[in-house]
Ligand binder design. Structure first.
Ligand SMILES: CC(=O)N[C@H]1[C@@H](OP(=O)(O)OP(=O)(O)OC[C@H]2O[C@@H](n3ccc(=O)[nH]c3=O)[C@H](O)[C@@H]2O)O[C@H](CO)[C@@H](O)[C@@H]1O
Length: 369
């Protein structure tokens, strides 16, 4: 397999799995050429170029509204234009296989590829497949699912394989020491508590963290890494005094695999990639699922983790600085409990996911060429 064209966007949960696949492809064939179809204004336009050596093709696309609306006519027009652009990119790049990892942009890319007879695979990261996967499932050659249960919503798919999320593979290869160093944490024995609200930050979580700041300042035996999300950074940091020595605040973290590998406890949202990362590494967590997602799927994710004993869940409507602090304290200060949660989490992980996906891509590429 020499040329792979990836496509996924909007949030980290769709971009990072695609990049993990790119890395796994290159481990097998360092000469492989990788292309990426994304939107100019999406997070992918910032993240993908940082990987280096990936050709970026941009398309314009917008999502469908669930209600009947005039906007949807415009969406259809944009979709058709995007399909035309993708066909041109595919003709230029000549990929052996096209891979989608979700987000609206995967729609035209995979649809165009399937129509042109180029082998296609889509990865579904969540238990409840999104609109794009449901639409594409009848056109693509393979749907790779991350969590069992997805398959029953994808009855039109020709072939479904269970792989897990490739982000799991990437984090187990990460370097914990480099992660801590990059944040200026030099004490190897100090438990690190990483707080982040998905790839874009979460205001309700930030409010709770602001409320517990006096407690954080006192807990010198712990180190807190607090990722606010780019858009919230200025407002949040304006209220934090800069003399808190056991706290590192960042708007965003680009070397998350290394940072996660050096983390003792994560506090955050329950998106699919985050879950894959925590379970592959065996990091205990306190999840505050986002209630603003389709079919409340993050609560299902968080509940799944809690029921197995790998994490704790606090619903956003019950979140307060005090409640969060108590839960952090219970786990952070009990090393045995952390070890137990960590072991349980690790048993749920799928560290081989990327390799399994690459194997399927090889099979698909070989089928046609
Ligand atoms: C709000 C929303 O709609 N979220 C959805 C979105 O994922 P969303 O991007 O919100 O969340 P995910 O947990 O899936 O992915 C976040 C990714 O960003 C990384 N990260 C995060 C912060 C940071 O500073 N640096 C960094 O690298 C994390 O390590 C992770 O790899 O798509 C997922 C997959 O369909 C869904 O499960 C989520 O429910």
């Amino acid at each position: 397999m020499k040329k792979v064209l990836l496509s996924g966007g909007g949030t980290g949960g769709h971009i990072y799995p695609a990049l993990s696949i790119a890395k796994a492809v290159r481990r097998q064939n360092p000469q492989a050429e990788i292309g990426y179809i994304g939107t100019k204004n999406g997070l992918e336009a910032r993240i993908v170029p940082k990987e280096g050596n990936i050709q970026f093709f941009d398309v314009e696309i917008q999502g469908f509204r669930r209600k009947l609306s005039l906007d949807n006519l415009q969406t259809v027009a944009k979709f058709l234009r995007a399909v035309r652009d993708c066909k041109q990119y595919i003709r230029d790049f000549q990929p052996d296989v096209v891979v989608g990892t979700g987000g609206y942009v995967s729609g035209p890319s995979l649809y165009a590829a399937a129509r042109m007879g180029v082998p296609t695979l889509i990865l579904e990261p969540d238990v409840l497949p999104g609109l794009t996967t449901r639409f594409l499932s009848r056109y693509v050659d393979t749907v790779a699912v991350s969590l069992s249960g997805s398959e029953k919503h994808l009855t039109k798919a020709e072939r479904i394989i269970h792989t897990g999320n490739p982000r799991g593979t990437e984090v187990v290869r990460a370097n914990a020491e480099a992660g801590r160093e990059s944040l200026g944490i030099h004490d190897a024995d100090k438990p690190v508590i990483l707080i982040f609200g998905g790839s874009r930050g979460a205001k309700p979580l930030n409010d709770a963290v602001t409320e517990m700041m006096p407690k954080i300042r006192e807990a010198r035996h712990l180190h807190f890494v607090y990722v606010t999300g780019e858009v919230h950074y200025e407002t949040v940091t304006a209220n934090i005094k800069d003399d808190i020595t056991n706290l590192t605040v960042r708007p965003y973290i680009y070397n998350m695999p290394d940072v996660l590998a050096g983390t003792s406890l994560v506090v955050g949202r329950a998106g699919a990639s985050t879950l894959a990362e925590l379970t592959a590494l065996g990091v205990p967590s306190i999840m505050i699922p986002s209630p603003y997602v389709t079919n409340n799927h993050q609560e299902a994710n968080a509940r799944w983790l809690e029921e197995q004993g790998a994490g704790r869940m606090i619903l956003e409507r019950e979140l307060s600085g005090e409640r969060l602090w108590e839960t952090i304290r219970e786990i952070a200060e009990d090393a045995d409990r952390r070890r137990q949660m960590s072991e349980t989490a690790r048993q749920l992980g799928r560290p081989d996911a990327a390799g399994e996906i690459v194997e399927e891509l090889e099979r698909l590429a070989g089928k046609v060429s």
